[in-house]
Ligand binder design. Structure first.
Ligand code: PLP
Length: 390
């Protein structure tokens, strides 16, 4: 029996960083300063600088980063926020939690990000903001999004939870819109030992508003200027993340190298092609780089063509089971488009998002983590080749 290839191997990463991480934990334990404080402030400065932002505000999760960013621009009942139907739940969930309505604009099938050509048709007098997601580690078309936002006087909040270090024409993810949101969930490219996140901004007034709302709206303590919440970051998370942060660039480079090897092996095996229309007749469609900036490959998502019906996930399901039998882990991000989620049934979304629905039936994420070896990747591609040859 061959060895299991997991989606992610956090133990391998930890083994190389054990000393630095324990020193960071000790530092916090000795200080007994657990909430916000100097470790959080130092980490805020480091992430802000890395993300070409003047301000960083450490928060409790990526989800809370989105929520507090939307609160900072006063999103509430009656407001509409344009967003992607093909993202993690929190992107839309945070809008609905504030009583506002997400307006889903279909995705571009090549990049799986919001299709900027379809945004303007969805703008109404109630539209307040655009919340694009940078799925898998590649930014949405931020040039077009910022142009539309300026023309219609809208805020832009970037869901950069999967895209730390990605860029659009040299501009880092998170720094382009009014506010940018990061997650340090353990499986993200920079992951902590639990939940945390960050909001970044180049707008002093908005950054100040986020900082106020992060801590109940206290200013000073027990005198409340605004109704905020407890969205604070723990010092332990900040200290551990600071120990890992200097390695992020190397991890990103390893992910990019893995993606390039996958692409090459899939093409050599005849399973996919770069050229259209040939591309569409191959069983596997490779992730597409839009060419406008650095893709940091949080995910490596292929699309599985269904030979019987393009709208069915049957072929993907069979392939996943086959790979599981061969000790290869895969995952689907995401199997249900957001406008189709059960919890939104009473919101009557009748958005027309055929590409998001198609993507939800076709995408398959393969392991891409930095410690994955070339021979692991060879084994994965040849198992997929065997599946199609059986
Ligand atoms: C991970 C993620 C989030 C949420 O982050 P958490 O830290 O898990 O709350 C939000 N949006 C996207 C696109 C994500 O990938």
């Amino acid at each position: 029996m061959s060895e299991l290839i997991p989606m992610l191997d956090l133990k391998a990463q930890y083994a190389t960083l054990r000393k630095e991480i324990h020193a960071a934990i000790d530092r916090v334990m000795e200080s007994q300063h657990f909430i916000l404080g100097p470790e959080v402030e130092a980490f805020e400065r480091e992430v802000a600088a890395y993300s070409q932002s003047q301000f960083g505000i450490g928060v409790s999760s990526g989800t809370d980063a989105l929520l507090v960013a939307l609160m900072a621009i006063n999103i509430g009942p009656g407001d509409e926020v344009i967003t992607s139907p093909y993202s993690f739940f929190a992107t839309a969930g945070s809008i609905v939690r504030l009583g506002a309505r997400p307006v889903f604009v279909d995705i571009d099938l090549d990049t799986l990000n919001i299709d900027v050509n379809k945004i303007e048709a969805k703008i109404t007098p109630r539209t307040r903001a655009i919340l694009p997601d940078h799925l898998a580690g590649q930014t949405a078309d931020m040039g077009a999004i910022m142009q539309i936002a300026q023309k219609h006087n809208l805020y832009v909040i970037e869901d950069a939870c999967q895209a730390i270090g990605a860029d659009y024409q040299g501009k880092r993810a998170g720094s382009i819109g009014h506010l940018g949101c990061f997650s340090f969930f353990p499986s993200k490219n920079l992951g902590g030992a639990g939940d945390s996140g960050m909001v970044v901004s180049n707008d002093p007034a908005l950054a100040d508003r986020v900082a106020l709302l992060r801590n109940h709206g206290h200013r000073p303590k027990y005198y409340n200027k605004a109704i905020g919440g407890n969205f604070r970051m723990d010092a332990l998370q900040a200290a551990i993340l600071r120990a890992k942060f200097p390695h992020l660039e190397n991890w990103t480079a390893a992910r990019q190298k893995n993606a390039a090897l996958y692409n090459e092996l899939f093409k050599n095996a005849g399973l996919s092609s770069d050229k259209s229309p040939e591309r569409e007749n191959k069983p596997v469609i490779l992730p597409q780089e839009a060419g406008w900036g650095r893709h940091i490959y949080h995910l490596y998502q292929i699309r599985i063509q269904n030979r019987e019906s393009p709208r069915s996930a049957a072929e993907r399901g069979k392939l996943m089971s086959y790979l599981k039998e061969h000790q290869i882990s895969t995952e689907v991000y995401y199997p249900v488009a957001l406008h189709k989620q059960e919890c939104f049934a009473q919101m009557d979304f009748n958005e027309d998002c055929p590409n998001a629905e198609k993507a939800s039936q076709q995408t398959l994420a393969l392991p891409i983590y930095p410690e994955l070896t070339a021979s692991n990747i060879e084994r994965i591609v040849s198992a997929i080749e065997d599946f199609y040859n059986q």
